[in-house]
Design a binder for this molecule. Structure first.
Ligand code: MLT
Ligand code: MN
Ligand code: ZN
Length: 305
């Protein structure tokens, strides 16, 4: 299985257009040891030719330009992206769909009922695509047991599960969470049995998750914030990390403590907010991750399982 990180940052990217936090300011000025990152997306292939895109980031056009396998050029209009799986309906994971409107072949969209509802009401992107390429929407089972395959993406199998989370701010049910607002996915390469767990938004590792996550050879999880009060401490937001669906890395019950329970597999943080000190490669926080053998995803990272 080939996993390619198209964008490793959370919403806003790194640096964020309007942000002067020490990280964004330092990156622009070249005074910190860090690399820019686009917004949250990966693509996965089981044959190196046909790819499933996880999330459609606002930066998707740049991401496609930066990764040649997504543009193999077999026909006058063509793409290596055979299908798109949406992890949630958040802006950073869905607005790239507007940029993927060209062509006569319908986009194959895999999402839960809750995400489909948000993307046809509060954010009408899937209705709007009906006036361009059109879509074939496929449901995603979220019981953590029923796996599904994607016809044009051979050799991969997917098992999704509902995660504790919040629907996007624009959602008609923003304050009324439902299973399927956010999912995690176990991706399996059929020929090798290798597995990757992917959950860029993960508010809590609830008891139903370890049975799935522990099957994975590589665990890619929410790396948004270092502390629960990161955005409050910087005066940027009044909400905690956990309340917006992101378990922080540090502290009791944090992601580092939780990941330690999964033994000696690859552990990678993804969907990293620009305020997070782990983005500075020489920071104390980054050193702590090194001690725990936890990697920080970057744009262009390739994971071959
Ligand atoms: C999130 O992951 O919490 C959202 O994508 C935040 C945002 O809208 O940027
Ligand atoms: Mn996000
Ligand atoms: Zn910033």
């Amino acid at each position: 299985m080939h996993i390619h990180v198209l964008g490793a940052a959370a919403g806003g990217g790194f640096p964020q257009w309007n942000c002067n936090c020490p990280n964004c300011d330092g990156l622009r000025k070249g005074t910190i040891k860090a690399t820019k990152r686009t917004q949250s997306s990966i693509c996965v292939s089981g044959n190196g030719v046909d790819w499933v895109l996880f999330n459609a980031s606002p930066d998707v056009l740049q991401q496609i330009q930066d990764f040649a396998p997504l543009q193999p050029g077999r026909n006058i209009r063509d793409s290596g992206i055979q299908a798109i799986v949406l992890i949630d309906a958040q802006i950073d994971h869905t607005t790239g769909l507007f940029m993927l409107r060209e062509g006569k072949i319908k986009r194959e969209i895999y999402c839960t009922d809750m995400v489909y509802e948000d993307l046809t009401t509060g954010n009408q992107v899937l209705n709007i695509l009906g006036h361009y390429c059109g879509i074939n929407r496929h449901d995603v089972p979220i019981d953590g047991k029923t796996s599904f395959e994607i016809p044009n993406v051979p050799n991969l199998k997917f098992t999704a599960v509902a995660l504790k989370s919040a629907a996007p701010p624009y959602s008609p049910h923003r304050n009324d969470p439902h299973p399927g607002d956010t999912i995690g996915v176990l991706i399996e390469e059929i020929s090798t049995g290798k597995k990757c767990w992917y959950s860029p938004g993960l508010g809590e590792i609830e008891p139903h998750l370890p049975p799935l996550m522990s099957q994975a050879d590589c665990i890619m999880v929410d790396g948004t914030f270092w502390t629960n009060t990161e955005m409050i401490d910087m005066g940027l937001m009044t909400k905690t990390a956990r309340s917006i669906g992101h378990n922080p890395q540090s502290g009791e019950g944090g992601m580092i403590e939780k990941l330690n329970e999964f033994g000696d597999v690859r552990k990678i943080l993804i969907h990293i907010n620009n305020t997070n000190p782990i983005l500075r490669e020489d920071s104390a926080e980054h050193a702590i991750l090194n001690q725990h053998k936890i990697e920080v995803a970057y744009d262009g990272m390739d994971i071959i399982l």
